[in-house]
Design a protein around this ligand. Structure first.
Ligand SMILES: Nc1ncnc2c1ncn2[C@@H]1O[C@H](COP(=O)(O)OP(=O)(O)O)[C@@H](O)[C@H]1O
Ligand SMILES: [Mg+2]
Length: 236
């Protein structure tokens, strides 16, 4: 799938990304000139204190929001200036989201939750079931397929959410504080799962304020006051 990359080999390429929020008369400059390249099969943690701009950056990477200025190229496609529909299309094709609060449908089983993205993509009922079941097996929940979220632990719920994020075979898994609502043991399990996915070729961008969690990623990008202050890759 080398055609999934930009011509310079980057999955994500950002140049001088700025984001200004205007609320009444107050302007907040949440991102102040971000330059960031993320190649295919990278496992990067974006860390920084509360209010430093992590979620703003995640929303832009995930095509949930657009920058005020700067250039963003995702898998060779320039994202700036696209309308909502095109943005949604790119998002659905390239990104699997994992959130702090899992965002599962409470009355649906684990299997139905994982099937959902395939339903939106128009995949047949039979194929949906097969692919969703295979993903739940991958996250070691083959014996919890019919369980509802309330019948699962936090760590298990996050595994369902990860299976759901993976089921469309996204180019990137984008996770915002995925361990934020988990005890440290379950959090380690989730980060370990990301490590396994990365070893199998998955590109992962994980946002966290927890430096212990970030240490388990291959590369750590530190942001502070809307700017990158450190970018460090651990030797393999
Ligand atoms: N929708 C918004 N409207 C106005 N200001 C915002 C909005 N979202 C975030 N901010 C501000 O932008 C800055 C960065 O926020 P955020 O990206 O959520 O940081 P983090 O995720 O690192 O805690 C903060 O000062 C925050 O108050
Ligand atoms: Mg945040």
């Amino acid at each position: 799938m080398s055609d999934d990359k930009g011509r310079d080999g980057q999955m994500i390429r950002m140049r001088q990304i700025r984001k200004v929020y205007s609320t009444g008369r107050v302007e907040v400059e949440a991102l102040r000139g971000i330059d960031l390249d993320i190649p295919r099969n990278e496992y990067v943690a974006i860390v920084g204190p509360s209010g430093s701009g992590k979620s703003t950056l995640m929303n832009i990477i995930g095509c949930l929001d657009t920058p005020s200025s700067g250039e963003y190229v995702l898998s060779g496609e320039t994202v700036g200036g696209l309308d909502r529909n095109r943005l949604a299309e790119i998002r659905n094709r390239h990104i699997g989201f994992v959130f702090q609060n899992f965002n599962l449908l409470p009355y649906a089983s684990a299997l139905e939750n994982v099937e959902l993205p395939l339903l939106f993509a128009g995949v047949s009922a039979r194929e949906r079931r097969e692919r969703a079941a295979a993903m739940l097996e991958k996250v070691e929940l083959q014996d919890r397929m019919e369980h509802k979220p309330t019948e699962l632990s936090g760590g298990q719920m996050q595994r369902v959410a990860i299976a759901r994020a993976l089921v469309n075979e996204p180019a990137i898994i984008l996770a915002d504080e995925p361990t934020g609502n988990l005890d440290s043991g379950s959090g380690k399990g989730i980060v370990g799962l990301f490590g396994d996915l990365h070893a199998n070729g998955q590109t992962i961008v994980m946002i966290t304020h927890d430096s212990a969690v970030a240490k388990l990623a291959r590369r750590v990008v530190q942001i502070r006051d809307g700017q990158i202050t450190e970018d460090r890759t651990v030797a393999a």
